[in-house]
Write a protein that binds this ligand. Sequence first.
Ligand code: NAI
Ligand code: MG
Length: 323
Amino acid sequence: MYRVAVIKGDGIGPEVVDAAIEVVNAVTSRVRFYEFEGGVEVFKRHGVPITQDDLEEIKKMDAVLFGATTTPFDLPGYKSLIITLRKELNLYANLRIIPDFTDGREIVIVRENSEGLYSGQGRAFDDRAVDVRLITREGAERIARFAARVAKERGSFITFVHKANVLTSDKFFRRIVLEVAREEGVEVREAIVDSFTIKLVRNPWDHGVILSENLFGDILSDLATIHAGSIGVVPTGNYGDDIALFEPIHGSAPDIAGKGIANPIGAILSAAMMLDYLGLDGSRIWNAVRSYVRKGNLTPDMGGTATTMEVTRGIIQEIHDLD
Ligand code: NAI
Ligand code: MG
């Protein structure tokens, strides 16, 4: 039996995670879910977005399934739960898969998940504020190796997206990426981040495994979701050496929360990535989702009129039909 921690969060988080759990239970009985609380409500009671006791419990699990939490701009001392979890669980690699449901192509993005502009070393003074764009040798090497492994598994290459023409941290990052790729025998192409945005709009499917710093990767992957039809269908895995956390790329979507119309596909595919990670087979879920998207009624973000539950049931039906 695999033990999976579940943090549903708030907004549409619980709606889409419930859908993902239903789908997992439809393909396997080998996963048991354990629910944990986190976010602003926990912060109000304990002064932290998740308690230390819960973190210790979660570290003993096989994987984490995460929904989304709202991060207020102006709550003093509060730090986003997902950023906290990535740090506490040392989840340094973020793999984002943007599917084209019509023909099976994918945009694959590996975002460095632990340093860069999210290094957490920002400081505000009276007359200025700074953030530190930290790239360490260790951090660069391990993310380059991760991207190389993904590229090899896919019979593909890496496109390293950077601003090494200007940023000292990216000059350093670039040297290490080229070094590691040579060692691993993986081809590296390069692109400068600003002009790369145009390529990502015009010919998104041609870039192999896109590797970038934390903030660049964050922005590029939200942009890339356009090609999947909605931000609501894109899954991600956050990987460390000991555990991994799976979540839809989207946030808590307060504008549609509670209406029962959130697209559950991003969370469902995140659960499929989780099954692959656990050594169970996620491909049945991927196939069912692809098949459902081609013919089924979708949620309003994809131009349909279906509810979260209708899409979830439709996908489960597809799983049975494809068996
Ligand atoms: P968002 O992803 O929550 O929403 C952006 C837009 O996409 C909204 O119009 C929303 O309705 C739509 N959308 C998102 N997911 C959808 C789904 N599954 N189905 C249908 N439509 C969907 O991003 P936004 O608005 O920038 O942030 C809202 C809150 O979420 C903020 O508090 C932010 O901090 C938080 N957030 C949390 C994340 C996490 O917990 N991992 C990640 C990103 C944002
Ligand atoms: Mg983001």
